[in-house]
Write a protein that binds this ligand. Structure first.
Ligand code: GLO
Ligand code: MG
Length: 398
C-alpha cells in the first residue's frame, strides 16, 4: 500500500490560463496573453504547461511563423522555469471539423484531420513534450446518426492510429493519450461511455504489440464523468487495474449533471469523491502529473485573480493529499481496512489456479455452512469506514 501522497508535479492547459471567459451568451471578460500567463504561472507551484496548436498559431499559419512561435514559446517557458508537458491538435475549432475530424463522413475532412494531427505529432516532438493528447470533441453527431456508429468509431481510431504510427516511424518518444468525454461540443460523442469505453476501443484497435503502452486514457476528473452523473472513482479504479491510465490526469471542478463546467478544483464538487480520487491514485503508488484543465470563473477578471486561482488549484489538491496522509496514518482506518480489504482466503483464493475448478467448487460446497451463516458477517464496518473517512476529511477525527 503506497504511502507517498505527492504526485510527480502539476501542469495546466495553456488554454485555461488565456481563456477570456466568454460564453455563448456573453462577451470576453479577461484579456490575458500567453506570455503574461506564463509569467504568472512561473511564480506558482505549477511547473508544466500544455498547448493546442491553435493556442499558439492559426491553423493555416505559414511554416515560418510556426517555427518562430515554437522558438519564442520554448524560450519564454524556459525563462519562466516551465516545461512544455503535453501538446495536442485542436481538431474541433476549425469550421472544417463541423462534421467530425478523424471520423467525419467526408474523406477530405478526414484527410485534414490527419494532416493536422501529424503536424501536431511533429510539434510535440519539437517542443520536447511527453504526450500527445487526443480529445475528439467533434467525433460524433448532433443527433442525425449520419453514419454507422461502429464505422465512425473505426474511422476515429484509424485516424488516430495513422498519427501514432507516424510518430513511431519518425522515432519520437511520445505517449499518446485519448481523452474521453461523452458530449459537448458535439451532442453525441462516438464513445458509448467515458474512460472505460475509450479503453475498450483502444484495446480493440491498437491490439498489435508495437502499440503496447503507447496509447492510454487520460481522464478528466471529475468533470467529464460527473457531467453524466457517473462516478469517477470506480472509473479510475478500472483504468488503473487494466493498466490503461495515462501518466497524468486532468483535474478541475464540476457541478454534477451539468455540461462540462471546468470550474476551479473543489467548486461544485463532492469532496468525498475528490478525496477518493487522490486516495485511489496513492494506494497504487501512482506517480503521475496532475494537469489542471479548468479556469477561473467568469467573475474573475484580473491577473491577480488568475494567480489566486492557480495557487488555490494546487492548494486544493495539496489539502486532499494532506487528508490522504492523515488517512494512511490513522490507526482506526488501518483496522477498518484490515476488515474490508482482507486478502483472499485459501478457500476461494486457490480456485482459479487449481487444476480443476470443479473439484475446488466441490470442496467449497462440502464446507459451506448455508446462506444464513454467510449473512452473519459484520457489515456495519462499512458505515464505520465512511464515518471515519468523513471525520478525517473534515478534520474532526478523534
Ligand atoms: C474539453 C477537454 C479539453 C482537452 C484539451 C486537450 O472538455 O477537456 O480541454 O483536455 O483539448 O486536448
Ligand atoms: Mg481535459
Amino acid at each position: 500500500m503506497g504511502k507517498s501522497v505527492t504526485p510527480a508535479g502539476f501542469s495546466i492547459g495553456g488554454w485555461c490560463g488565456i481563456n477570456p471567459g466568454g460564453d455563448p451568451f456573453g462577451e470576453a471578460v479577461r484579456n490575458i496573453g500567453t506570455d503574461e500567463f506564463l509569467d504568472v504561472l512561473g511564480k506558482t507551484a505549477i511547473k508544466r504547461v500544455s498547448f493546442h496548436d491553435r493556442d499558439l498559431w492559426p491553423d493555416d499559419a505559414a511554416p515560418g511563423l510556426v517555427t518562430e512561435v515554437i522558438g519564442h514559446t520554448k524560450q519564454h517557458c524556459s525563462k519562466a522555469g516551465l516545461e512544455i508537458y503535453n501538446f495536442t491538435s485542436n481538431n474541433f475549432s476549425n469550421p472544417c471539423f463541423r462534421s467530425g475530424a478523424f471520423s467525419s463522413p467526408f474523406p477530405q475532412v478526414r484527410a485534414a484531420a490527419i494532416v493536422k494531427g501529424c503536424n501536431a505529432v511533429d510539434h510535440a516532438n519539437e517542443f520536447g513534450a511527453k504526450h500527445v493528447i487526443w480529445w475528439g470533441g467533434r467525433e460524433g453527431s448532433d443527433g442525425a446518426y449520419e453514419q454507422d456508429p461502429g464505422l465512425g468509431l473505426a474511422r476515429y481510431m484509424q485516424g488516430l492510429k495513422i498519427c501514432v504510427r507516424y510518430g513511431v516511424e519518425k522515432g519520437y518518444k511520445l505517449i499518446h493519450t485519448v481523452e474521453p468525454k461523452v458530449y459537448e461540443p458535439r451532442l453525441l460523442a462516438l464513445y458509448a461511455g467515458t474512460g472505460a469505453s475509450a479503453a475498450s476501443a483502444i484495446r480493440h484497435h491498437f491490439s498489435e504489440p508495437a502499440f503496447a503502452g503507447k496509447v492510454l486514457v487520460n481522464p478528466e476528473y471529475p468533470q467529464h464523468v460527473m457531467m453524466l452523473n457517473l462516478d469517477p472513482v470506480f472509473e479510475l479504479g478500472q483504468l488503473m487495474e487494466e493498466g490503461m491510465l495515462a501518466p497524468f490526469i486532468h483535474f478541475g471542478g464540476q457541478i454534477a449533471g451539468r455540461m462540462d463546467c471546468d470550474l476551479p478544483p473543489g467548486f461544485g464538487s463532492n469532496v468525498y469523491t475528490d478525496f477518493m480520487i487522490v486516495l485511489t491514485l496513492n494506494r497504487r503508488g501512482w506517480k503521475g502529473v496532475v494537469e489542471f484543465d479548468c479556469r477561473p470563473p467568469r467573475t474573475t477578471t484580473s491577473v491577480q485573480g488568475l494567480s489566486g486561482f492557480l495557487n488555490a488549484a494546487v492548494g486544493y489538491w495539496r489539502m486532499l493529499e494532506d487528508k490522504v496522509a492523515a488517512y494512511f496514518a490513522d490507526a482506526k482506518i488501518a483496522e477498518l481496512e484490515g476488515a474490508l480489504m482482507a486478502a483472499e482466503d485459501s478457500t476461494v483464493g486457490g480456485l482459479l489456479t487449481a487444476s480443476s475448478v470443479t473439484k475446488g467448487v466441490g470442496q467449497l460446497r462440502a464446507n459451506f455452512k448455508g446462506f444464513a451463516a454467510a449473512a452473519e458477517v459484520n457489515t456495519d464496518v462499512i458505515e464505520a469506514y465512511q464515518r471515519r473517512v468523513m471525520s478525517i476529511i473534515t478534520g474532526t477525527a478523534k
